[in-house]
Design a protein around this ligand. Sequence first.
Ligand SMILES: Nc1ncnc2c1ncn2[C@@H]1O[C@H](COP(=O)(O)OP(=O)(O)OP(=O)(O)O)[C@@H](O)[C@H]1O
Ligand SMILES: [Mg+2]
Length: 315
Amino acid sequence: MNSFRLRPEAGIALAYLAFGALWILFSDQIVASLALSTATIMQLQTYKGWLFVSASALLIFGLLRHAFSQERLAQERLLSKQAQLAGEIAERLHAEELLRRVSLRLAEAQESERLALSKELHDQVGQSLTALGINLNLIQAEIGPSISPSLRAHFSSASELLQEITDKIRDIMGELHPPVLQNYGLAAALRWLAERIQRQTGLQVEVQGEIIEPRLPMVTAISLFRIAREALNNVIKHAQASRAWVRVEATPEQVILCIQDDGQGFDPAITQNNQNSQWGLATMRERVELLHGSMKIESAPGEGTTIIVRVPRAL
Ligand SMILES: Nc1ncnc2c1ncn2[C@@H]1O[C@H](COP(=O)(O)OP(=O)(O)OP(=O)(O)O)[C@@H](O)[C@H]1O
Ligand SMILES: [Mg+2]
């Protein structure tokens, strides 16, 4: 049942009305019953009026004071809540920045591990393979032209196997750390990647970009390289493109990497909501966020794809 409830301010107004009516009624009766002179009655009426007005003023003052103090209290509570919230946000931002820094350090550590492993492979395995190749050639030369056809076949299959292993080791080294990045910078490493892709898949990749001076921090350069590599992998896997372009340029504040293809394109909104195990674009975004950068995908079915990544030059 909906019960009727009087609001407090209406209750106070009604009580005041009742008190005022009773005051006027009874005080007039009392004054009349005293049988005083007209002048005294007039005097009493004036006092009565003053008394009423003073009591009313006191009542209004009390009520307003209460109402305003409630409002002030509410405002103070709101302000302290706001300050608390601002503190929590600042704390959270600080924690996020700390986490980003730690992740950045981890990424740097991982990259230097990969670089060390790649160098180790080059120095240990690579040099042994080269020595093995020289030895094979020496043995073959020692035996000379009298070599039997079956031994010749064994030698040539051993040489082919050796070449295969050398190529695989070189590929693994390239995966671990692009060979030219350390010495010649990002644009050179992207050219190396483009040539490799062109050789392996036939996709024409054109790279534009100069040496960036002063050098980018290694983690920035390697992250941009890995982003470009995943974007080009996607071009190979999904775009059915005949050409791709990679452009890298630097301003005093930021580096801009752009990967474009003339393939079939896609709807980025659908991909963003996709829950399937597609890691490529998500990993690219994560790398960009780690560097405090931004990534934009411009694509639509039938219109090719352009990915633009901007990251600050300083970490
Ligand atoms: N250049 C492109 N051209 C056409 N479609 C693309 C292109 N790049 C991405 N896509 C679309 O976006 C989807 C998501 O790409 P993403 O790299 O995240 O995942 P994936 O390549 O399918 O899988 P993963 O990278 O995990 O092996 C792809 O499945 C594809 O449909
Ligand atoms: Mg992918």
